[in-house]
Ligand binder design. Sequence first.
Ligand SMILES: NC(=O)c1ccc[n+]([C@@H]2O[C@H](COP(=O)([O-])OP(=O)(O)OC[C@H]3O[C@@H](n4cnc5c(N)ncnc54)[C@H](O)[C@@H]3O)[C@@H](O)[C@H]2O)c1
Length: 341
Amino acid sequence: MKKLRVGIIGGGRIGKVHATSISRYVPTAEIIALADPFMNEELKQWAGSVGIKETTTDVKAIIDHKDIDAVLICSPTNTHADLITAAAKAGKHIFCEKPVDTDLERIEHTMKVVRESGVLFQIGFNRRFDHNHMAVRQKVEDGTVGEPQIIKITSRDPAPPPIDYIRISGGIFLDQMIHDFDMIRYLSGMEVTEVYATGSCMVDPEIGKAGDVDTAMVQLTLENGALGVIDNSRQAVYGYDQRTEVFGAKGCAKVENDTKSLVEVSTRDGVGTENPLYFFLDRYIDSYAKEIVDFAASIQLGEPIKCGIDDAIRPVEIALAAGRSLAEHRPVKISEVSLSK
Ligand SMILES: NC(=O)c1ccc[n+]([C@@H]2O[C@H](COP(=O)([O-])OP(=O)(O)OC[C@H]3O[C@@H](n4cnc5c(N)ncnc54)[C@H](O)[C@@H]3O)[C@@H](O)[C@H]2O)c1
Protein backbone atom coordinates (compact mmCIF):
# COMPACT_ATOMS: atom_id res chain seq x y z
CA MET A 1 0.00 0.00 0.00
CA LYS A 2 1.17 3.53 -0.82
CA LYS A 3 2.20 5.53 2.25
CA LEU A 4 0.06 8.44 3.39
CA ARG A 5 1.96 11.61 2.46
CA VAL A 6 1.68 14.24 5.15
CA GLY A 7 2.75 17.85 5.59
CA ILE A 8 3.28 19.24 9.09
CA ILE A 9 2.40 22.84 9.91
CA GLY A 10 4.19 24.12 13.01
CA GLY A 11 7.52 22.76 14.19
CA GLY A 12 7.25 23.49 17.93
CA ARG A 13 6.81 21.09 20.84
CA ILE A 14 3.97 19.00 19.47
CA GLY A 15 4.98 19.31 15.79
CA LYS A 16 8.29 17.72 16.71
CA VAL A 17 6.54 14.96 18.67
CA HIS A 18 4.45 14.04 15.62
CA ALA A 19 7.38 14.31 13.23
CA THR A 20 9.52 12.06 15.43
CA SER A 21 6.82 9.51 16.07
CA ILE A 22 5.78 9.30 12.41
CA SER A 23 9.34 8.89 11.22
CA ARG A 24 10.03 6.17 13.80
CA TYR A 25 6.76 4.40 14.50
CA VAL A 26 4.26 4.98 11.69
CA PRO A 27 5.29 2.82 8.73
CA THR A 28 2.14 3.73 6.78
CA ALA A 29 2.92 7.46 6.59
CA GLU A 30 5.76 9.65 5.40
CA ILE A 31 6.42 13.33 6.01
CA ILE A 32 6.85 15.27 2.79
CA ALA A 33 7.39 18.73 4.25
CA LEU A 34 7.40 20.88 7.38
CA ALA A 35 6.26 24.51 7.38
CA ASP A 36 6.87 27.03 10.13
CA PRO A 37 6.88 30.81 9.63
CA PHE A 38 9.71 30.98 12.17
CA MET A 39 11.80 28.31 10.46
CA ASN A 40 15.49 28.74 11.25
CA GLU A 41 18.70 26.79 10.66
CA GLU A 42 18.27 24.82 13.86
CA LEU A 43 14.74 23.69 12.97
CA LYS A 44 15.82 22.87 9.40
CA GLN A 45 18.64 20.72 10.72
CA TRP A 46 16.34 19.05 13.20
CA ALA A 47 13.85 18.31 10.36
CA GLY A 48 16.68 16.74 8.36
CA SER A 49 17.57 14.56 11.35
CA VAL A 50 14.11 12.94 11.27
CA GLY A 51 14.20 12.57 7.50
CA ILE A 52 12.13 15.59 6.41
CA LYS A 53 13.70 16.87 3.21
CA GLU A 54 11.47 19.87 2.46
CA THR A 55 11.16 22.78 4.87
CA THR A 56 9.48 26.12 4.27
CA THR A 57 8.32 29.27 6.00
CA ASP A 58 5.26 29.31 3.72
CA VAL A 59 2.36 27.43 5.30
CA LYS A 60 0.37 27.75 2.08
CA ALA A 61 3.03 25.74 0.27
CA ILE A 62 1.97 22.74 2.37
CA ILE A 63 -1.72 23.31 1.82
CA ASP A 64 -1.25 23.60 -1.97
CA HIS A 65 1.41 20.87 -2.22
CA LYS A 66 0.45 18.41 -4.94
CA ASP A 67 2.27 15.51 -3.26
CA ILE A 68 0.61 15.93 0.14
CA ASP A 69 -2.57 13.99 1.01
CA ALA A 70 -3.04 15.16 4.60
CA VAL A 71 -1.93 18.02 6.82
CA LEU A 72 -1.07 17.87 10.50
CA ILE A 73 -1.84 21.23 12.09
CA CYS A 74 0.54 21.70 15.03
CA SER A 75 0.68 25.50 15.15
CA PRO A 76 -0.70 27.67 18.00
CA THR A 77 -4.40 27.29 18.73
CA ASN A 78 -5.34 30.73 17.37
CA THR A 79 -4.18 29.64 13.88
CA HIS A 80 -6.11 26.34 13.69
CA ALA A 81 -9.49 27.48 12.34
CA ASP A 82 -8.04 29.36 9.35
CA LEU A 83 -5.64 26.54 8.53
CA ILE A 84 -8.38 23.89 8.76
CA THR A 85 -10.58 25.96 6.45
CA ALA A 86 -7.79 26.43 3.91
CA ALA A 87 -6.80 22.74 4.02
CA ALA A 88 -10.40 21.54 3.67
CA LYS A 89 -10.93 23.81 0.66
CA ALA A 90 -7.75 22.43 -0.88
CA GLY A 91 -9.09 18.88 -0.44
CA LYS A 92 -6.49 17.78 2.10
CA HIS A 93 -7.39 15.43 4.95
CA ILE A 94 -6.80 17.10 8.31
CA PHE A 95 -5.35 16.11 11.64
CA CYS A 96 -5.49 19.12 13.98
CA GLU A 97 -4.07 19.52 17.44
CA LYS A 98 -6.52 20.34 20.24
CA PRO A 99 -8.45 22.58 20.48
CA VAL A 100 -9.75 23.77 17.10
CA ASP A 101 -10.34 27.20 18.61
CA THR A 102 -11.52 28.80 21.83
CA ASP A 103 -14.62 30.33 20.22
CA LEU A 104 -17.56 27.95 19.69
CA GLU A 105 -19.09 29.88 16.83
CA ARG A 106 -15.80 29.78 14.98
CA ILE A 107 -15.44 26.05 15.65
CA GLU A 108 -18.97 25.27 14.44
CA HIS A 109 -18.36 27.31 11.28
CA THR A 110 -15.00 25.64 10.65
CA MET A 111 -16.46 22.16 11.18
CA LYS A 112 -19.25 23.01 8.72
CA VAL A 113 -16.61 23.79 6.09
CA VAL A 114 -14.94 20.45 6.84
CA ARG A 115 -18.22 18.51 6.56
CA GLU A 116 -19.07 20.19 3.25
CA SER A 117 -15.61 19.56 1.81
CA GLY A 118 -15.82 15.81 2.41
CA VAL A 119 -12.24 15.54 3.71
CA LEU A 120 -11.55 13.44 6.80
CA PHE A 121 -10.91 15.29 10.06
CA GLN A 122 -9.34 14.06 13.28
CA ILE A 123 -8.73 16.09 16.44
CA GLY A 124 -5.61 15.44 18.53
CA PHE A 125 -7.00 14.02 21.75
CA ASN A 126 -4.14 11.55 22.00
CA ARG A 127 -5.06 10.15 25.43
CA ARG A 128 -7.83 8.13 23.77
CA PHE A 129 -5.06 6.20 22.06
CA ASP A 130 -3.15 5.38 25.25
CA HIS A 131 -3.21 1.62 25.86
CA ASN A 132 -4.25 2.04 29.52
CA HIS A 133 -7.17 4.35 28.76
CA MET A 134 -8.25 2.10 25.90
CA ALA A 135 -8.31 -0.83 28.34
CA VAL A 136 -10.48 1.12 30.82
CA ARG A 137 -12.84 2.14 28.02
CA GLN A 138 -13.05 -1.52 26.98
CA LYS A 139 -14.12 -2.51 30.52
CA VAL A 140 -16.88 0.09 30.40
CA GLU A 141 -17.95 -0.81 26.88
CA ASP A 142 -18.11 -4.56 27.51
CA GLY A 143 -20.13 -4.03 30.70
CA THR A 144 -17.48 -5.31 33.16
CA VAL A 145 -17.79 -2.25 35.44
CA GLY A 146 -21.52 -1.86 34.82
CA GLU A 147 -23.21 1.46 34.36
CA PRO A 148 -20.72 4.26 35.24
CA GLN A 149 -21.61 6.10 38.45
CA ILE A 150 -18.44 8.01 39.40
CA ILE A 151 -15.49 9.01 37.20
CA LYS A 152 -12.39 10.51 38.80
CA ILE A 153 -9.51 12.06 36.91
CA THR A 154 -6.37 13.53 38.39
CA SER A 155 -4.28 15.36 35.82
CA ARG A 156 -1.35 17.45 37.00
CA ASP A 157 1.52 18.76 34.91
CA PRO A 158 5.07 18.66 36.34
CA ALA A 159 5.69 22.35 35.57
CA PRO A 160 3.77 25.24 34.05
CA PRO A 161 4.41 26.25 30.43
CA PRO A 162 6.01 29.66 29.71
CA ILE A 163 3.82 32.62 30.61
CA ASP A 164 3.65 33.67 26.92
CA TYR A 165 2.07 30.29 26.16
CA ILE A 166 -0.41 30.70 29.06
CA ARG A 167 -1.48 34.09 27.67
CA ILE A 168 -2.60 32.65 24.31
CA SER A 169 -3.62 29.21 25.57
CA GLY A 170 -7.27 30.07 26.27
CA GLY A 171 -6.86 29.25 29.97
CA ILE A 172 -6.56 26.06 31.99
CA PHE A 173 -9.96 24.63 30.99
CA LEU A 174 -9.41 25.05 27.24
CA ASP A 175 -5.72 24.22 27.27
CA GLN A 176 -5.07 21.60 29.96
CA MET A 177 -8.35 20.23 31.32
CA ILE A 178 -9.78 19.89 27.82
CA HIS A 179 -7.95 16.54 27.59
CA ASP A 180 -9.74 15.41 30.73
CA PHE A 181 -13.13 16.59 29.45
CA ASP A 182 -12.44 14.44 26.40
CA MET A 183 -11.45 11.54 28.68
CA ILE A 184 -14.71 11.79 30.64
CA ARG A 185 -16.69 11.53 27.38
CA TYR A 186 -14.46 8.79 25.98
CA LEU A 187 -14.35 6.59 29.07
CA SER A 188 -18.05 6.90 29.88
CA GLY A 189 -19.35 6.94 26.30
CA MET A 190 -21.72 9.66 27.51
CA GLU A 191 -22.18 13.40 27.27
CA VAL A 192 -21.68 15.86 30.12
CA THR A 193 -24.77 17.90 31.00
CA GLU A 194 -23.58 20.23 33.78
CA VAL A 195 -20.36 21.45 35.41
CA TYR A 196 -19.35 23.26 38.57
CA ALA A 197 -15.82 24.66 38.59
CA THR A 198 -13.56 26.08 41.28
CA GLY A 199 -10.08 27.43 40.69
CA SER A 200 -7.20 29.09 42.42
CA CYS A 201 -3.73 30.45 41.77
CA MET A 202 -1.34 28.44 43.96
CA VAL A 203 1.67 27.84 41.71
CA ASP A 204 2.69 31.13 40.09
CA PRO A 205 1.16 34.56 40.66
CA GLU A 206 2.17 35.47 37.07
CA ILE A 207 -0.45 32.96 35.87
CA GLY A 208 -3.03 34.85 37.92
CA LYS A 209 -1.87 38.15 36.43
CA ALA A 210 -2.34 36.59 32.97
CA GLY A 211 -6.00 36.07 33.95
CA ASP A 212 -5.80 32.32 34.50
CA VAL A 213 -5.80 29.85 37.41
CA ASP A 214 -3.18 27.13 37.87
CA THR A 215 -5.13 24.87 40.21
CA ALA A 216 -8.66 23.80 39.30
CA MET A 217 -11.31 21.32 40.21
CA VAL A 218 -14.44 20.60 38.19
CA GLN A 219 -17.41 18.51 39.19
CA LEU A 220 -19.45 17.15 36.27
CA THR A 221 -22.85 15.56 35.82
CA LEU A 222 -23.34 13.09 32.96
CA GLU A 223 -26.46 12.34 31.00
CA ASN A 224 -27.28 9.18 33.03
CA GLY A 225 -26.84 11.04 36.33
CA ALA A 226 -23.27 9.78 36.90
CA LEU A 227 -20.85 12.21 38.56
CA GLY A 228 -17.34 13.11 37.53
CA VAL A 229 -14.58 15.00 39.22
CA ILE A 230 -11.39 16.32 37.62
CA ASP A 231 -8.51 18.02 39.36
CA ASN A 232 -5.74 19.85 37.52
CA SER A 233 -2.57 21.52 38.68
CA ARG A 234 0.05 23.20 36.53
CA GLN A 235 2.74 21.90 38.88
CA ALA A 236 3.14 18.55 40.57
CA VAL A 237 6.70 18.53 41.90
CA TYR A 238 6.97 14.72 41.65
CA GLY A 239 6.17 14.47 37.90
CA TYR A 240 3.24 14.09 35.52
CA ASP A 241 0.40 12.84 37.72
CA GLN A 242 -2.18 11.08 35.55
CA ARG A 243 -4.68 8.84 37.30
CA THR A 244 -8.12 7.75 36.20
CA GLU A 245 -10.94 5.71 37.71
CA VAL A 246 -14.36 4.64 36.46
CA PHE A 247 -16.57 3.29 39.21
CA GLY A 248 -19.75 1.54 38.09
CA ALA A 249 -22.66 -0.61 39.25
CA LYS A 250 -20.62 -3.83 38.89
CA GLY A 251 -17.10 -2.72 39.73
CA CYS A 252 -14.29 -0.30 39.10
CA ALA A 253 -11.52 0.15 36.51
CA LYS A 254 -8.60 2.40 37.25
CA VAL A 255 -5.23 3.47 35.88
CA GLU A 256 -2.35 4.54 38.09
CA ASN A 257 0.70 6.52 37.01
CA ASP A 258 3.21 4.93 34.66
CA THR A 259 6.72 4.68 36.04
CA LYS A 260 10.08 3.89 34.48
CA SER A 261 10.17 0.63 36.40
CA LEU A 262 8.01 -1.22 38.91
CA VAL A 263 10.89 -1.58 41.36
CA GLU A 264 10.03 -0.91 44.99
CA VAL A 265 13.01 -0.21 47.23
CA SER A 266 12.74 -0.83 50.97
CA THR A 267 15.34 0.45 53.43
CA ARG A 268 15.38 1.36 57.12
CA ASP A 269 14.20 4.85 56.06
CA GLY A 270 11.09 3.62 54.31
CA VAL A 271 9.69 2.11 51.13
CA GLY A 272 9.96 3.93 47.81
CA THR A 273 9.00 3.57 44.17
CA GLU A 274 9.90 5.53 41.03
CA ASN A 275 8.36 8.95 40.37
CA PRO A 276 5.69 9.13 37.66
CA LEU A 277 7.11 9.55 34.15
CA TYR A 278 8.05 13.21 33.77
CA PHE A 279 5.61 14.67 31.21
CA PHE A 280 3.34 13.98 28.25
CA LEU A 281 6.22 13.05 25.96
CA ASP A 282 7.24 10.26 28.30
CA ARG A 283 3.84 9.09 29.47
CA TYR A 284 1.91 9.31 26.20
CA ILE A 285 4.57 8.92 23.51
CA ASP A 286 2.98 5.71 22.13
CA SER A 287 -0.43 7.34 21.93
CA TYR A 288 0.87 10.05 19.56
CA ALA A 289 2.03 7.38 17.14
CA LYS A 290 -1.17 5.34 17.54
CA GLU A 291 -3.43 8.30 16.77
CA ILE A 292 -1.56 8.88 13.50
CA VAL A 293 -1.56 5.15 12.67
CA ASP A 294 -5.35 5.23 13.06
CA PHE A 295 -5.69 8.50 11.11
CA ALA A 296 -3.74 6.95 8.22
CA ALA A 297 -5.90 3.80 8.41
CA SER A 298 -9.06 5.91 8.18
CA ILE A 299 -7.79 7.58 5.01
CA GLN A 300 -6.22 4.52 3.43
CA LEU A 301 -8.55 1.72 4.54
CA GLY A 302 -11.79 3.58 5.22
CA GLU A 303 -11.77 2.77 8.93
CA PRO A 304 -13.97 5.13 10.97
CA ILE A 305 -12.28 8.21 12.44
CA LYS A 306 -12.01 7.56 16.20
CA CYS A 307 -11.88 11.18 17.33
CA GLY A 308 -13.70 13.42 14.90
CA ILE A 309 -15.79 16.55 14.44
CA ASP A 310 -18.17 16.03 17.37
CA ASP A 311 -15.24 15.20 19.64
CA ALA A 312 -13.65 18.50 18.63
CA ILE A 313 -16.74 20.49 19.63
CA ARG A 314 -18.05 18.90 22.87
CA PRO A 315 -14.96 19.31 25.11
CA VAL A 316 -14.78 23.00 24.16
CA GLU A 317 -18.41 23.40 25.25
CA ILE A 318 -17.55 21.77 28.58
CA ALA A 319 -14.46 23.98 28.96
CA LEU A 320 -16.45 27.15 28.24
CA ALA A 321 -19.15 26.09 30.70
CA ALA A 322 -16.41 25.46 33.30
CA GLY A 323 -14.97 28.93 32.67
CA ARG A 324 -18.40 30.50 33.14
CA SER A 325 -19.00 28.43 36.27
CA LEU A 326 -15.72 29.63 37.77
CA ALA A 327 -16.46 33.24 36.93
CA GLU A 328 -20.06 33.16 38.18
CA HIS A 329 -19.61 30.75 41.14
CA ARG A 330 -22.48 28.51 40.09
CA PRO A 331 -23.21 25.22 38.30
CA VAL A 332 -23.56 25.78 34.53
CA LYS A 333 -25.50 23.54 32.18
CA ILE A 334 -23.76 22.68 28.89
CA SER A 335 -26.95 23.75 27.11
CA GLU A 336 -26.24 27.31 28.32
CA VAL A 337 -23.14 27.54 26.13
CA SER A 338 -23.81 25.01 23.36
CA LEU A 339 -24.71 26.32 19.89
CA SER A 340 -25.87 22.94 18.57
CA LYS A 341 -29.08 22.50 20.56
N1 LIG B 1 -2.11 16.83 22.21
C1 LIG B 1 -1.23 17.25 23.08
O1 LIG B 1 -0.83 16.55 23.99
C2 LIG B 1 -0.65 18.63 22.92
C3 LIG B 1 0.52 18.97 23.63
C4 LIG B 1 1.07 20.25 23.44
C5 LIG B 1 0.43 21.15 22.59
N2 LIG B 1 -0.73 20.80 21.96
C6 LIG B 1 -1.40 21.77 21.06
O2 LIG B 1 -0.56 21.94 19.94
C7 LIG B 1 -0.58 23.29 19.51
C8 LIG B 1 0.85 23.84 19.49
O3 LIG B 1 1.38 23.78 20.79
P1 LIG B 1 2.96 23.67 21.04
O4 LIG B 1 3.11 23.38 22.48
O5 LIG B 1 3.61 22.78 20.04
O6 LIG B 1 3.39 25.19 20.76
P2 LIG B 1 4.82 25.73 20.35
O7 LIG B 1 4.77 27.18 20.62
O8 LIG B 1 5.91 24.91 20.95
O9 LIG B 1 4.91 25.48 18.76
C9 LIG B 1 4.12 26.16 17.83
C10 LIG B 1 4.89 26.24 16.52
O10 LIG B 1 4.03 26.85 15.55
C11 LIG B 1 4.78 27.85 14.85
N3 LIG B 1 3.85 28.86 14.37
C12 LIG B 1 3.56 30.07 14.91
N4 LIG B 1 2.65 30.72 14.16
C13 LIG B 1 2.36 29.89 13.13
C14 LIG B 1 1.49 30.00 12.01
N5 LIG B 1 0.75 31.09 11.81
N6 LIG B 1 1.44 28.96 11.15
C15 LIG B 1 2.21 27.87 11.33
N7 LIG B 1 3.05 27.71 12.38
C16 LIG B 1 3.12 28.72 13.27
C17 LIG B 1 5.78 28.38 15.86
O11 LIG B 1 6.90 28.96 15.20
C18 LIG B 1 6.14 27.12 16.64
O12 LIG B 1 7.24 26.45 16.04
C19 LIG B 1 -1.53 24.02 20.46
O13 LIG B 1 -2.78 24.12 19.85
C20 LIG B 1 -1.60 23.12 21.69
O14 LIG B 1 -2.86 23.20 22.34
C21 LIG B 1 -1.24 19.56 22.10
